[in-house]
Design a protein around this ligand. Structure first.
Ligand SMILES: [Zn+2]
Length: 120
């Protein structure tokens, strides 16, 4: 399942951030998913809990923020693309083969969990 492998690589990145902060657990994370990245946010949200089980991200709340695609039109400059119309300027229909944003998936925010007082 494609989204499961995405969730796993996301967990790698998040675990790295946890280590950098010397934190054991995170309570929430926000991920920015480009509309053109071919990742379905719902599928990612569905795959995440099982992938996070046993890691510092277990039980963490996953929020997905969708980032619209932006292309470069020769006439109109940067334009927000319409997924249903493909890589074309929504104003004039000119091809915009280069995506300026919207094809990436990145970890935006990681909320560290408060240390468990009972463990201190
Ligand atoms: Zn245009």
């Amino acid at each position: 399942m494609y989204e499961a492998s995405i969730a796993l690589s996301l967990l790698d990145v998040a675990s790295e951030v946890l280590r950098e902060h010397g934190a054991a657990r995170a309570s929430a994370l926000t991920v920015r998913v480009g509309q053109w990245s071919s990742v379905a946010p719902e599928a990612l949200t569905a795959a995440f809990p099982a992938c996070a089980a046993g890691t510092g991200l277990e039980g963490a709340r996953l929020s997905v923020v969708t980032v619209p695609g932006v292309g470069e039109c020769p006439a109109h400059g940067r334009v927000t693309l319409d997924v249903t119309r493909g890589l074309r300027c929504p104003e004039c229909g000119a091809p915009t083969p280069t995506l300026v944003q919207g094809n990436a998936l990145e970890l935006d925010e990681l909320e560290l969990a408060e240390p468990d007082l009972e463990d201190v």
